[in-house]
Unconditional design. Structure first.
Length: 201
């Protein structure tokens, strides 16, 4: 790694979920979304997430662009653990260690393609594609600001199913965001939409 590279800067941002904190850095970590809600997946694909899961208080890790959202176990206090996570991330990134293993992108893409083939066919396919485009264009950027992500899952009988990731997963205010914001917008722009439902994975 180039020794003259600018030092790694790291700061935290609150998210709407009190159990999740966004750790923002001045380095690009990953140009995609990597959501690790369990240790097994992290051990398989992300040395960075694995290192975080080694800490007993880490419950979930979400990596995208220049930030990592860490979701903690509820019985811990951010005041006690924030610096430990911050120091770990700063050192890890400064040393230029591997964030995600080779092949993760292909695996994520394969799952997405499999999923798309399943849900973008027939009459509903057109509506589903329109919904997915609206979510990607208008909803995703706002949700990312809060340290999370939203993925379109499927559209069926007027119901849109989405998956919330990162800070948005299990966040008390995500239901409000979902119902008031996303559902309202989709109903206005796609008359076929009756409801938006969050699907747990």
């Amino acid at each position: 790694m180039n020794k003259t590279a600018a030092p790694v800067m790291l700061y935290t941002e609150q998210t709407p979920n009190p159990e999740s904190l966004k750790f923002v850095t001045n380095r690009m970590l990953y140009r995609g979304t990597a959501d690790f809600r369990n240790e097994d997946l992290a051990r398989k694909w992300s040395p960075l997430a694995s290192g975080l899961f080694d800490m007993p208080f880490v419950k979930g890790v979400y990596i995208t662009n220049n930030f990592v959202t860490v979701t903690k176990e509820p019985n811990y206090d951010w005041a006690d653990i924030m610096m430990k996570i911050k120091d770990f991330l700063k050192n890890y990134i400064a040393e230029g260690k591997e964030i995600l293993k080779e092949g993760f992108e292909a695996e994520a893409e394969r799952l997405r393609a499999e999923h798309a083939a399943e849900h973008f066919s027939g009459e509903d396919g057109e509506v589903a594609q329109k919904i997915k485009d609206l979510i990607d264009t208008y909803v995703k950027p706002a949700v990312e600001m809060d340290g999370g992500n939203i993925e379109f899952k499927k559209y069926e009988d007027g119901i849109v199913y989405v998956i919330m990731q990162g800070a948005c997963s299990g966040c008390p205010s995500s239901t409000v965001t979902l119902k008031a914001g996303i559902e309202g917008m989709l109903k206005r722009m796609v008359p076929e939409v009756k409801e938006v439902v969050q699907e747990m994975i």
